[in-house]
Ligand binder design. Structure first.
Ligand SMILES: NC(=O)c1ccc[n+]([C@@H]2O[C@H](COP(=O)([O-])OP(=O)(O)OC[C@H]3O[C@@H](n4cnc5c(N)ncnc54)[C@H](OP(=O)(O)O)[C@@H]3O)[C@@H](O)[C@H]2O)c1
Length: 295
């Protein structure tokens, strides 16, 4: 199966490209800058997804069975400051890729986010989106384009992604905690935002399971535990034998952020469990795996 993955220089994109390549998919990796994937056997194409003609030309030339649109302007603060650029990167790119997918009759998998929802989590696939910030709005707009496309499609929504890091890959939350504690730095971490953090390996496995079935469903690929960033940081400290006292609990109010984030977000994963047999790791297991610590 030929899979065209966008955003392969990012955190999820690098992991997903390598995972699917190792699982014998024929991967075309697409991103904007120089290739950052350490495994250079994977065919890589530099593409600015906001350039319609280039998008159509590359998709037609590659002729994939599936397009996984994972690239995004993924930082809520940047989207807030640059709403036009956010729309271009998150919505217009989706429109161009959908147009291209129609030319080659490709299935379309869109990587969305829990930020399409507001308060009242954890949310199921049937919950009504009501984004609280512009990033969430842009991803919701893109989801609607995908649903209206007439293509075979899936929307997948992860939450607060973490996992192993290598050279050329940006750190995730767990590396930020580990690196600061190792350097004896005090960190302030919020106690009153609840999430279902997602191990990147679980999303990769979920997408692999999804590629094996024919269904036009939306799936939540998240962890099964509801945790605050403070609780996550304590687990990172404990499994790495680092000083938990350096982690200072703060409330969201004490730690003002540029964009509004839901206090109780997080996603329910029953659909993925029941239909695909998706089985995420516990947070502690996945943190150990990420740092190469024996279970
Ligand atoms: N991180 C999370 O916790 C989280 C949670 C829920 C959902 N998600 C979703 O999961 C997906 C992946 O997130 P991530 O955190 O792995 O993202 P990321 O690290 O920010 O990487 C996104 C990549 O997309 C590429 N990109 C962006 N705009 C592009 C354009 N116009 N043309 C070509 N490439 C472009 C960038 O490539 P270059 O580096 O080459 O410029 C970047 O490396 C996103 O769709 C995000 O919305 C993420």
């Amino acid at each position: 199966m030929k899979v065209f993955i966008t955003g392969t220089n990012g955190f999820l994109g690098q992991h997903l490209s390598i995972y699917l390549y190792k699982n014998k998919y024929d991967v075309s990796a697409i991103s904007r800058g120089e290739n950052k994937i350490p495994n250079h056997e994977i065919p890589y194409f530099r593409l600015e997804l906001t350039e319609r003609e280039s998008v159509l030309a590359l998709v037609v030339a590659e002729n994939p069975d599936v397009i996984i649109h994972n690239a995004a302007m993924s930082k809520p603060d940047e989207c807030h400051h640059n709403p036009e650029r956010c729309l271009l990167n998150n919505v217009t790119t989706t429109a161009y890729l959908l147009e291209a997918a129609k030319l080659v009759s490709a299935r379309f998998i869109f990587v969305s986010t829990d930020f399409v929802f507001g308060e009242g989590g954890p949310h199921s696939e049937l919950s009504e989106p009501s984004p609280l910030n512009f990033y969430g709005k842009s991803k919701w707009m893109a989801e609607n384009l995908v649903k209206a496309s007439g293509l075979n499609y899936n929307i997948v929504r992860p939450v607060f992604i973490y996992g192993p890091q290598w050279e050329g890959l940006r750190p995730s939350f767990i590396q930020w905690v580990q690196q600061n504690l190792q350097a004896n730095q005090i960190i302030k971490v919020v106690t009153d935002q609840k999430r279902t953090p997602t191990f990147v390996g679980d999303i990769c496995e979920g997408i692999d399971l999804l590629l094996r079935v024919k269904t036009d469903e939306t799936f939540h690929f998240a962890g099964s535990e509801i945790l605050s960033p403070y609780e996550m940081a304590l687990i990172v400290a404990r499994v790495n034998g680092l000083n938990e006292n350096l982690i200072e609990p703060v409330t969201a109010e004490q730690f003002p952020e540029i964009v509004i984030r839901a206090k109780h977000s997080g996603l329910l994963i029953e659909n993925a469990r029941n239909i695909l047999g998706y089985q995420p790791h516990t947070f502690e297991q996945a943190v150990k795996l990420s740092f190469g610590i024996k279970p």
